[in-house]
Each structure stands twice: as C-alpha cells, then as structure tokens.
Design a protein around this ligand. Structure first.
Ligand code: NZQ
Ligand code: ZN
Length: 382
C-alpha cells in the first residue's frame, strides 16, 4: 500500500424494488423543472418511464423530454439535449435508461450552464465549471455509471470515442430497481456481465499493490462467474438480476481502484475503437478484446494472469486462463471474435481498425501498446 489515495463517492444510491417512487422527493431539493433523458423506448415498455414521471409530477416537478439517445451515445444528441435544457431553463437532468443515457445526462448537465459542445469536455479542452444536478434511474446492469463521475461519448466524424470524468459528473441520486432489468434482452444481459467483469479486470491489471482491493476485484469477478450463467438461464429471476446489478455497480465505483495508482484501461480503449467503427455494443467489444489482450500480454505478465486464473477459473496456466475466459464469454452469449460479432474483418476492415486504433491512441495507462501490438491484437480478434 505505497500509493496515496483518496476515497470520495457522494452518490446516494437507492437499491431495491420500487425505489424510484422516491425520485420526486429527492428531485424536489433541486428545483421544479427537470430535463428527462432516455433512449429509443425500452423504458416506456418496462415501466421505468411511467414510474419516474409519476413520482416527479406528484412532487410538483415539470418534465421536459429529450428522447432518442442511442447506444454508444453521440455528441450531437448530447449537444441538442443541452440546448433544449438551456432553452427550457431546467433545474436538473434525470436519466432513465442504461449507461448510454446516464453518460449523456452527465455531459448534458455540465454543458447546459455553458455554451460550448460537450466534446470540449470529453477531449479535455475545457474543464466543467458548473453542473446541474444529475439523477439516474438505471435499467441495465453493466457500466457502473450510476455510481461514478465518468461519461463516454462518441464523435462519429472524428472517429473517436472518449471516456472522461469530473467530480461534477457524479449523479446526486441513482435509483436501481433490478425489476426494470428483467426486460433487458439476452444479448445485452450478457454484454453487461462482460462489462462488469472487464471493469474488475482493468483494476486487476492496474498499477499499485493493494491486496485487499485485489480481493474485492476477485470477489466481484467470482460473483459474476457464478451468477451470470444462472441469470442467462433464468432471466426473469429478480434475485439474480439484483446480484448482477449490485456487482456491476461495485465494479466501477472506485472500490476496485482503491490503493492503486490506476487501472490499465487499455482493453476499454481497444473496445471503443471497435464501437466507433462498427457500433459494436460496448460489452461485446470487450469480450473480443480481453482474451486478445491477455494473449498479447502472456509473456509479459504471466504471473499476474496466472494468479487471476487461479483465483477465478481455478486454472494453473496462462493458456488455460485465457481459454476459460473465452469459453465463459462465449457460453453466456458474448462474441470472442469480430466474426462472432458479425463483422467480416477482411484486409480493408483490418486496415480501418488499425487506423481508428491509432486515432484513438489505444493504450493502457500501465501496459503501453506499440503499433506492432495493435497489429497482433487485430490478428487475434478477427
Ligand atoms: O435505447 P433503449 O430503447 O433504452 O434500449 C437500450 C439499448 O438498446 C436497451 N435497454 C436498456 N435498458 C433496457 C433495455 N432494453 C430492455 N429493457 C431494459 N431495461 O439496451 C441497449 C443498450 O443500452 P446502453 O445504455 O447502450 O447499454 P450500457 O448500459 O451497456 O451502456 C453502454 C455505454 O456506456 C459506456 C459504453 O462505452 C457505452 O457507450 N460506458 C460507460 C462507463 C461509465 N460511465 O462509467 C464505463 C463503461 O466502461 C462504458 O465504457
Ligand atoms: Zn466498460
């Protein structure tokens, strides 16, 4: 434990059945007009939208809506929503949906009080000075966005997808009712499980000696390895939905980074490049990239990979660990190659991926990647 570290997480997290009934009361502390942001309509079918609007209205809060946030959210939507919020003079931003909606809400909240594009924040050109309060109703277990200050947004023309975080982007309140996640389709349920495991893994391959944090990481991965497949077999089971939702929140709320200098996050950067190019869902990009990245690292950090394998898959070798991880991802229904994700990666596609990896400077904070590494990774992923 040689690193200095700070633990700060101001999110009030409400977990369990019907917690969203409390959103109106919580929101009334911030004013009487909310910008409600959501995606392409799933929240209207699973009750999350009605329950949220009902509670807000009962608390006397006017609701202005921005709908249509797409998975792998884009700058255009965020900027348009911020413009609407500014024009309407809203007091807060309420997100109802998955990580894409919540991430968008975070950028919207810092963009409304300014007049620039959210991309200026994502690229680090300027730092947010103010933010509207953010409240989230999460309907998909995956990203951990509900309890962190991070947001990921994509700029299609620039071919970039960037993750950025600022303390002003912590939600004030997040409402997690696992019941809403019962309607998440099979593929996105699997991608969420992959995403949460990947967040823990990025911590595992980070820098800094923090043995207790390593145990948190292993516990989170083992929770997902045990209950993920059970959930895939029994998707309407509330208890299983709840276990996975809680694990996803804990995988990226600071817990898996405590005492460490940083996580690695190289695999996420590789995944983002795939999303930019082919709009591959985030979790699916990670189940393709993680085994490939481990293969690349097998002779560089064999002990760390072996230790991981021993603690999770009960394996003794690097090869077995990579094989078991691939099997797990594939068995729950997440692709482990571009081909399995439906991308026929011929020469031209591989060139394009290389270009986007270069543009996004796909690299880990700890395990740097060279141009040769990019090429090796691509060969492993096709
Ligand atoms: O658009 P709608 O109709 O809402 O449908 C969504 C979308 O098609 C659907 N969905 C969500 N909840 C549902 C549901 N369908 C049925 N029932 C429900 N209850 O699921 C699809 C995917 O939604 P999305 O929000 O894109 O998924 P996810 O939560 O995985 O978020 C992915 C985004 O988060 C970013 C990713 O890069 C990606 O852009 N990440 C954010 C992080 C963070 N803020 O900390 C960290 C992550 O590593 C990740 O990078
Ligand atoms: Zn992720």
């Amino acid at each position: 434990m040689t690193e200095q570290f700070v633990i700060y997480n101001p999110v009030k997290l409400h977990f369990g059945k019907q917690v969203v009934k409390k959103i109106g009361k919580a929101a009334s502390a911030f004013g009487n007009k909310a910008l409600l942001v959501y995606g392409k309509g799933s929240v209207k079918r699973n009750g999350a939208y009605d329950d949220t609007v009902d509670s807000l209205q009962k608390a006397g809060i006017d609701v202005v809506e921005y709908q249509g946030i797409k998975p792998n959210p884009i700058v255009d939507d965020v900027d348009k929503a911020a413009e609407l919020g500014r024009k309407e003079g809203v007091d807060m931003v309420v997100a109802v949906g998955g990580g894409s909606v919540l991430d968008s809400a975070k950028y919207i909240a810092v963009t409304i009080p300014a007049s620039n594009s959210c991309w200026d924040y994502a690229t680090g050109k300027i730092k947010p000075a103010k933010a509207l309060p953010i409240l989230g109703v999460l309907t998909l277990a995956a990203t951990g966005s509900e309890m962190n200050p991070l947001g990921v947004v994509q700029h299609d023309k620039e071919k970039k997808k960037i993750g950025y975080g600022h303390p002003l982007m912590f939600p004030k309140h997040s409402f997690l009712d696992p019941s809403y996640t019962i309607s998440v389709p099979e593929n996105h349920t699997a991608y969420g499980i992959v995403d949460l495991i990947s967040h823990a893994l990025e911590g595992w391959f980070g820098e800094g000696d923090a043995s207790l944090t390593d145990r948190f990481i292993i516990s989170i991965i083992n929770e997902a390895l045990k209950y993920g497949p059970r959930l895939m077999a029994d998707p309407e089971n509330y208890e299983l939905r709840a276990k996975i939702m809680y694990a996803a929140t804990m995988a990226l709320n600071g817990l898996t980074n405590q005492g460490k200098k940083t996580g690695d996050w190289g695999v996420h950067a590789i995944g983002h490049a795939m999303s930019v190019l082919w709009d591959i869902p985030h979790g699916a990009s990670l189940s393709i990239a993680f085994p490939a990245w481990l293969t690349l690292q097998q002779n560089r950090i064999p002990d760390r990979i072996e230790e991981l394998g021993y603690a999770t898959f009960n394996t003794n070798t690097v090869d077995d660990t990579i094989r078991e991880m691939k099997n797990f991802f594939r068995e729950i229904g997440s692709p482990v190659s571009l081909a399995e994700a439906g991308v026929k990666a011929g020469e031209e596609e591989q060139e394009n991926l290389l270009e986007v990896m270069r543009i996004n400077k796909v690299d880990g904070y700890v395990h740097a990647l060279t141009d040769e590494d990019y090429k090796l990774l691509i060969r492993e992923m096709i």
